[in-house]
Design a protein around this ligand. Structure first.
Ligand code: ADP
Ligand code: VHF
Length: 372
């Protein structure tokens, strides 16, 4: 590979459990070595690489020789605690062969929720990359409860790609890409080589994981692709087994399913609104408000709010839905849940008299909102 053929400057590679185990009950070290060789090659050619690795739970099971444990969160946390150290040891040894050091970042949604912590994580990532150290990211499964988890590494890798301002996100899995039906159950399923837009009809094609190894299947890979491409990042889903897959993708060879980046990416703060905080509530809007927000670029006024769900504070993230429950936007609340209940459906001029204070006409301001 010649440096002039490489089309990207910063690449996030996400390796699913399915790739790291090759479908077996243990880490496939030969496969990990081969993928390390490809990533090291890319780095030697001047590309910065961030690795988002799954496999901690699988590595824990293997290291403890497949113990009989109750099917609980605590067992998974135990396996992750044991497995993560084995996993990072393996990556450290493999990258060491090529003279690269690695740095471990174990994140949860809580690290992305708060804008300040989000920016701190970004600084750490950038500092590692500036020193030529390979950042290796996984969810902090050993301590994260369901409530504070991102939940799957596809979504986590998209957040990592946003954090480090990557220009390519590679999701490697056990299938050749996104098919028009799950190829495990549909032998006639066809590979979709190029996706220009992620919509509901595409989401219907993407099923969950049936292998029992991965988390989320294609559904979470599509969520990840949607987040990344809105930030102007190209995304590819491809097979980890494809020969020289990482090298080929970094030279724009057509392998797997490619998702075009959108032309006018969201500014950084709006990327964070989309990818960082977990929504704490929902506002159901009437037809006029849906139209004003979705099509006319307006802020949301109290008058258009039909109902308020959830317990949220001012500044928390909310989902905006239409009457059918379709989420079409996300934004930051200017009023807390109790206040929002009181002013829903009321005219903006009445806010002060209803609440005794007034944070402005917009209950979700345009500048704090992303239309999906
Ligand atoms: N439309 C689809 N195209 C391809 N794979 C699909 C589709 N729908 C569901 N899948 C499933 O997604 C799985 C990959 O996701 P997952 O098991 O979570 O792997 P990973 O560990 O790589 O994240 C495939 O094995 C496949 O069975
Ligand atoms: N964080 C978990 C993996 C979670 C996950 O999303 O797995 P996968 O679908 O295989 O990428 C682990 O290290 O075992």
């Amino acid at each position: 590979m010649n440096a002039s053929e490489i089309a990207y400057r910063r690449v996030v590679v996400k390796l699913g459990t399915s790739v790291l185990t090759s479908g077996s009950r243990s880490l496939d070290k030969a496969q990990m070595a081969e993928l390390t060789r490809q990533m090291a090659h890319l780095m030697k050619a001047g590309v910065e690489v961030v690795l988002c690795t799954s496999g901690a739970i699988a590595a824990g099971r293997e290291h403890l020789q497949h113990p009989q444990l109750p099917d609980t969160m605590a067992s998974k946390q135990l396996l992750a605690a044991v497995g993560q150290s084995q996993l990072i040891l393996a990556w450290s040894q493999l990258f060491g062969i090529y003279g690269f050091n690695v740095g471990q970042l174990l994140l949860t949604r809580a690290d992305l929720h708060d804008r300040e912590r989000y920016l701190n994580a970004r600084d750490t990532l950038n500092a590692l990359l500036a020193q030529g150290i390979v950042p290796i990211i996984n969810e902090n499964d050993a301590v994260a409860t369901q409530e504070i988890k991102v939940g799957d590494n596809d979504n986590l890798s998209a957040r990592a790609a946003l954090l480090c301002d990557a220009d390519l996100l590679i999701l490697l899995t056990d299938q050749k890409g996104l098919f028009d039906a799950d190829p495990r159950n549909n032998p006639d399923a066809k590979l979709i080589p190029e996706v220009a837009n992620i919509d509901d009809s595409l989401r219907k094609l993407a099923g969950g994981s049936v292998s029992g190894l991965g988390t989320g299947g294609m559904a979470t890979k599509l969520e990840a692709a949607d987040i990344a491409r809105r930030a102007g990042i190209e995304v590819v889903i491809a097979s980890g087994q494809h020969p020289d897959v990482i090298k080929k993708l970094s030279c724009k060879e057509a392998v797997g399913t490619h998702f075009c980046a959108i032309e006018h990416p969201l500014e950084s703060r709006k990327q964070w609104i989309l990818a960082g905080p977990k929504p704490r509530g929902q506002l159901v809007l009437d037809e006029g408000a849906v139209n004003a927000v979705a099509n006319k670029g307006r802020s949301l006024l109290s008058k258009g709010v039909v109902s308020v769900e959830g317990e949220f504070e001012r500044g928390d993230t909310l989902e905006l839905t239409d009457a059918n429950g379709r989420v079409f936007a996300r934004g930051l609340a200017r009023y807390n849940a109790a206040a929002m209940q009181k002013i829903a459906g009321k005219h903006s001029d009445d806010i002060e008299s209803l609440l005794g204070y007034d944070y402005g006409d917009a209950v979700v301001h345009r500048n704090d909102m992303v239309v999906l």
